[in-house]
Design a protein around this ligand. Structure first.
Ligand code: FES
Length: 288
C-alpha cells in the first residue's frame, strides 16, 4: 500500500535534530514563566475538563478562512467584512498561541517527534499571524490587493500549521487523556503483598497490564492509575501532599479519594480503583 505523502512531510520534520536545542530551551523557559497554578490551569483547560487549545484554534482558523473565501468570491461589497474577520482572528491569535505553547512545553519530557513537529507548528502559526497582521494593516490603509495577497500567504502558513497541529493531536496524542485506552481488569485482581506497603510511601503495581500507584494513607489503601492522565508521568514517583498525589513531571495534584484534579495542568480525572486486602494480598477492581 502506498504511504500518504503527508507522512513523508512529518517524518522529515521529525528528523530535524537541530530543532532540539532551541525547542528544549524555549519549553524550559515557558515552564519556568508559567509554574503550576491558576494561570496555567486556565490556559491548560483544567477548569473545563478539556484541553483549551483545540477550542481556541477554531476562532483564527474560522475567521481567516472565511476572510479568504470573501476575498475570493465575495466581491467588493464584502471587503469590510473580510477586514473585520482578519482583525477578529488576530485578536484571538495571542490567547490561542499561549494555550498552544503551554500544551507543547508540557510535552517534555517527551519524544523527539512531538518536540520538533511542535516547534515547526509554532513557527508556521507565528508566520501566519505576521502575514495576517500585514494583511490587516494593508486593508486598513486601502491597499486591498496587497491585503488579499498577504492574506493568501497567511492562509498557506495557517494551513501548514493546522496540519502539523492535527498531527500532534491525532497521531502523537498530545493533549489526549493518557489513560483513555487502559483496559481495566473486570473483577478483583491481586496486585501486591500487603506486607510490602509502607504508610505514606507510593508504590507501583500491575493490575494485568495497567500500572497502578498504590499508597496507604491514614489507614486507607488508595489505588490510582499510575500513568498521569496529562502526559503519562509516573505517579508512584510523585509526592504526597495532604490527601493528594503530585505528579513529578508537571505538578498536577490528584485527590487520592476520587482522582479529581485539585491543581492542573491535567484536564482529565485520574482513574481510581477500589482496593481491599484479601488473604494477605492487596486486590483492586475498577470503581463503578
Ligand atoms: S505528566 Fe504532566 S502533570 Fe503528570
Amino acid at each position: 500500500m502506498t504511504r500518504p505523502r503527508a507522512h513523508a512531510v512529518t517524518e522529515s520534520i521529525a528528523a530535524i535534530t537541530a530543532l532540539d536545542a532551541p525547542a528544549k530551551a524555549i519549553a524550559k523557559q515557558f515552564r519556568s514563566l508559567l509554574p503550576p497554578g491558576a494561570v496555567k490551569d486556565a490556559l491548560s483547560g483544567t477548569w473545563l475538563g478539556h484541553a483549551l487549545h483545540p477550542l481556541l484554534t477554531d476562532v483564527p482558523i474560522g475567521t481567516w478562512t472565511s476572510a479568504t473565501l470573501l476575498d475570493l468570491v465575495g466581491g467588493r461589497a464584502s471587503r469590510p467584512a473580510a477586514q473585520k474577520l482578519v482583525g477578529i482572528g488576530l485578536a484571538a491569535a495571542a490567547p490561542t498561541a499561549l494555550t498552544g505553547w503551554t500544551e507543547w512545553a508540557d510535552s517534555e519530557p517527551g519524544n523527539d517527534h512531538v518536540r520538533r513537529i511542535g516547534m515547526v507548528h509554532a513557527i508556521s502559526n507565528v508566520t501566519a499571524i505576521a502575514l495576517y497582521g500585514a494583511s490587516f494593516a494593508a486593508r486598513r490603509r486601502g491597499a486591498h490587493t496587497t491585503g488579499v495577497l498577504f492574506g493568501l500567504a497567511g492562509a498557506g502558513a495557517m494551513g501548514a500549521g493546522g496540519f502539523l497541529g492535527g498531527d500532534l493531536s491525532y497521531t502523537l496524542g498530545v493533549g489526549v487523556n493518557q489513560t483513555l485506552f487502559d483496559e481495566d481488569p473486570s473483577d478483583w485482581t491481586p496486585v501486591l503483598d500487603a506486607s510490602m506497603l509502607v504508610d505514606d510511601r507510593p508504590m507501583q503495581a500491575l493490575a494485568g497490564e495497567i500500572p497502578l500507584m498504590i499508597v496507604k494513607r491514614n489507614g486507607t489503601i488508595h489505588a490510582l492509575a499510575d500513568r498521569c492522565s496529562h502526559r503519562g508521568g509516573p505517579l508512584h514517583e510523585g509526592e504526597l501532599e495532604g490527601d493528594c498525589i503530585t505528579c513529578p513531571w508537571h505538578g498536577t495534584r490528584f485527590r487520592l479519594e476520587d482522582g479529581s484534579v485539585e491543581r492542573g495542568p491535567a484536564a482529565y480525572l485520574q482513574p481510581v480503583y477500589e482496593a481491599r486486602v484479601n488473604d494477605g494480598r492487596i486486590e483492586v477492581r475498577p470503581t463503578p
